[in-house]
Design a binder for this molecule. Structure first.
Ligand code: GLP
Length: 260
């Protein structure tokens, strides 16, 4: 894992956007795995700026989102379909037919999940997966004790996650209990991972992810087995890391050819 600590979430997000943009420039038909939540929002804003001001071209890009609530129609204001269109897709030139999210209205969850996996494979696999992290260490909606080799499937949310995500709904009771999420095995097959974590609320989960043992109890910790992970944090999210000074030293002294 490479751990990069920037002073602020905005600086970290600009760096993350540069990494995504660099891939899209080098590989115009890149397959991006995308995340929802507050964490990637400043990165999406920067990608939108790069598209508007520097002509970053998404017309060849294919996207797969991590997850969606079951029972929400795409137009529902709290659905992840709606989130992605409002916060990224409608501001860039990605082709609607190349955008993929799990179908929250499916009547046949197993077939829908199998089709999602097949469509990721059909696109050649995910080049770069963007991840946020839940306060309990979940990635996508893979709650603690998710199988570390799981595939896209239905999951039941913990009450903590329902309450963390309640702000997007009219009432806390309106948060669905069930979701479809890419599995941890699915995420692990992406060729590169960017894990973003901002704010003190994520510090414990990030310490466990980066420096703790690999455990089903902290799903993100499995990323220790991935060959190419960049964990991009702001200062507040890094305060519990025992080796923070070392990570900063490594990053500050990277050979020029290794920098993006
Ligand atoms: C949800 C999403 C995750 C996201 C997490 C953290 O559970 N399914 O993909 O990482 O929330 O959200 P936030 O970035 O708002 O803290």
């Amino acid at each position: 894992m490479e751990v990069i600590i920037e002073p602020t979430a905005d600086a970290a997000s600009v760096l993350a956007a540069r990494i995504v943009a660099d891939l899209v420039r080098k590989k115009p038909a890149a397959v991006l795995g995308l995340a929802t939540g507050n964490t990637p929002l400043p990165m999406y804003r920067e990608l939108i700026r790069l598209h508007a001001e520097e002509g970053l071209d998404f017309s060849g890009v294919t996207t797969f989102n991590l997850d969606e609530y079951l029972g929400l129609e795409p137009a529902h204001p709290a659905s992840y379909h709606h989130f992605m269109w409002e916060n990224l897709f409608r501001h860039i030139n990605v082709r609607p037919e190349q955008v993929h999210l799990p179908d929250g209205l499916t009547q046949d969850v197993p077939s829908c999940c199998a089709a999602y996996e097949a469509s990721i494979r059909g696109a050649g696999g995910i080049d770069l997966q963007v991840l946020g992290i839940g306060g309990d260490g979940h990635i996508g909606f893979n709650e603690p004790v998710s199988s570390l080799s799981s595939r896209t499937r239905i999951k039941t949310l913990t009450e903590r996650t329902r309450s963390d995500n309640a702000f997007a709904f009219s009432t806390p009771d309106a948060v669905p209990h069930h979701v479809i999420t890419m599995g941890i095995g699915t995420i692990m097959e992406s060729r590169e991972v960017l894990l973003l974590g901002f704010g003190g609320r994520k510090a414990d989960a990030l310490e466990a992810t980066v420096e703790g043992p690999v455990s089903q109890m902290v799903p993100a910790s499995v990323l220790q087995f991935h060959q190419r992970v960049r964990v991009i944090l702001d200062e507040a999210a890094s305060v519990k890391l025992k080796r923070a000074d070392y990570y900063k030293h490594v990053y500050a002294n990277k050979p020029g050819w290794q920098r993006i």
